[in-house]
Design a protein around this ligand. Sequence first.
Ligand code: PMP
Length: 426
Amino acid sequence: MSNAAIAVRRTGAISRGVGVTTQVYAEKAQNAEIWDVEGRRYIDFAAGIAVVNTGHRHPKVIAAVKDQLDRFTHTCHQVVPYESYVRLAERLNQIVPGDFVKKTVFVTTGAEAVENAVKIARAATGRSAVIAFTGGFHGRTFMGMTLTGKVAPYKTGFGAMMPDVFHVPFPIELHGQTVEASLGVLDKLFKADVDPTRVAAFIIEPVQGEGGFYDVPKAFMEKLREIADQHGILLIADEVQTGFCRTGKLFAMEHYGVAADITTMAKGLGGGFPIAAVTGRADIMDAPVAGGLGGTYGGNPIGVAAANAVLDVIEAEGLSERAVSLGNRLKQRLQSLREAVPQIADIRGPGFMNAVELNIPATGTPNPDFTNRVREKALEKGLIVLTCGVYGNVIRFLAPLTIEDDVFSEALAILEATLRECAAEV
Ligand code: PMP
């Protein structure tokens, strides 16, 4: 079997709407490495988009899942519930930031977590409007794509979006969008389009993921919390990509000193198995009537078993500290290349949620061609990296936090060689 042969079959069989960034067809994976159907090995700096923070097939996660497989795989929690679901909820209620009593609901994907967070916020406030941010990403369902602050490709061709959703410019100093300017737009929005007493929630990623790995300035998050409190608006932190040690804390909101009322989680929670969660203030979470939340597969026993094991691994292996030390090594290496690679415009990101932004040196404008070249050349050399950003000029780094030191060093060497070669080609 070859990658090329499967790629041809894929084109014939799969909707064009499902994009792929590589034509490397996976055969097996272990920790931070993936082998394709041709036997070629890759170092995985994508982690299935921040999912396998605990590595591919972590032995403790696999053992927990195997154990669950031998007992039962599905009863539907709404029909015949199970203790592991309750235990996982109790654990999330403890660890999700916020010094108040919390409750949780489990669903299956990040987009579904976002949908449910908005439903809960609407039920709790009796209001319908939601304010999101440009460049934000919240999923591909109807509310998810409406909240997403990027048209192409997420909204292209899909018609009218959900009503009562507004976007405020996400503050990015690097692009000249200051905190004050964004707050000014919010103020105008309240005057021109939507009375704050009609707004159910703000939804924000503490560090934008798909949008380009920009973190919310602390002053902005604090102000958002203040405005929310002033008007009875709820704050939803979308931690689908930032959660579970990626930013060097269990949750990215821990960097801010203010808490969200509702937190959405997915990806890293299941360590490679589909499970997502919404955790929030108990009174808010109890607003929907019985039967208003849930779903056939929500909190499926396999996903729950994996997630309980993921939380054990995070504790046992100190993955937040590991994220900080790996991220620092990566950022230092990138800094050392600034002279040789003048395209590097910015190196950033807390913990191991890191990115490098690449511009055309002469003009200081985004350089998506160079960015794609780096991604392709890294892949040729055996390193899988992803791009992101509204202008497609950001490379993001999301390796498993359990990556072995020697594999990590090897990846940094590939990255350095790739950047140097790409810069020399120009
Ligand atoms: N929110 C954020 C912040 C995300 O990064 C993503 C996925 N990239 C989603 C929501 C949607 O998650 P899913 O793809 O599991 O639906």
